[in-house]
Design a protein around this ligand. Sequence first.
Ligand code: SF4
Length: 353
Amino acid sequence: MTMQSQVIPHSVLHEIVLAEPRGFCAGVDRAIEIVERALLKFGAPIYVRHEIVHNTFVVEELKQKGAIFIEELSDVPPGATLVFSAHGVSKAIEHEAIARGFQIFDATCPLVTKVHVEIAKLAKEGFEFIMIGHKGHPEVEGTMGQLDVGIIHLVEEVDDVARVAPRQTEKLAVVTQTTLSMDDALEISTAIKARFPGIREPKQQDICYATQNRQDAVKILSSQVDLLIVVGSPTSSNSNRLREVAQKRGTSSYMVDSAAELQPHWFDGVQSVGLTAGASAPEVLVQEVMQRIKAMGVVAVRKMDGIVETIKFPLPMGLKLQPAQANMTPLGQAPEPVAEIPVDLHAGFHQNK
Ligand code: SF4
């Protein structure tokens, strides 16, 4: 059955409320632009280590334009252009890529790089780290891989805290994956601080502005709607967290990779539906999902009041386009950037008293 022919019967649904902010963050915008510019400037193929961002639509669009996504650097031919994904890479991957002689563009989000810089600085002073994050996520692998094995100890949940075995506790700091649930991370860091009262925390928390803003918006929105739909891919950490945030507040929530995944029975008895998108999900998908829900007979669409994000990260050197190359169509209709704000890579940590 095609998406168009699948009719969703509904009699009471009357309103869609759009979350604000939602969708692309500055790090995702930048990462996609790096691949697109590399394609325009150097021509296909451009190799990208791991999915540039965790979104099926974005990856497929870039594949159509000539990007090749790989996991092993041995799959990249000599002399090729290679882009590191927004999640960042370990030092071992970085060194291997340099040794293989690739032309490298680093699309690591500057907010992830900031974490890398901070832990490298403290490691030189003899610190060990407890990292709150999800095992196997590329950002966690990249961050843990900044330092020698055994310097960063991963905890995924509160119960893990009791099992952490640092070699010393005098110089211990906590570090967090940027896309976690703020509530879950707080619970785990409270347990860490209870066990290690002197542990250092970052002065500016590691969970990024985009993750925080989208979760805050969902907290407000979930009290106003009967159902929340999150646009995002299953691999997207921050998208999954948005669904969980709503569910923890007692609001039914489902995540869809595209409008075709909407299930009619989700809307049974629903009057008002909230719609948001993870930081890697393009607005074009949000609009498609909205159109499909509107077709159920919705009479009103409103946007909630929310923070207007103006952050834009600078691109790496070497991607300036000639005028003839510069007529790019932004993938997925990303929001217009308003201001460039350089990231303070030296925000540092503070010690708990
Ligand atoms: S979600 Fe946060 S850390 Fe990840 S790319 Fe976006 S701004 Fe950067």
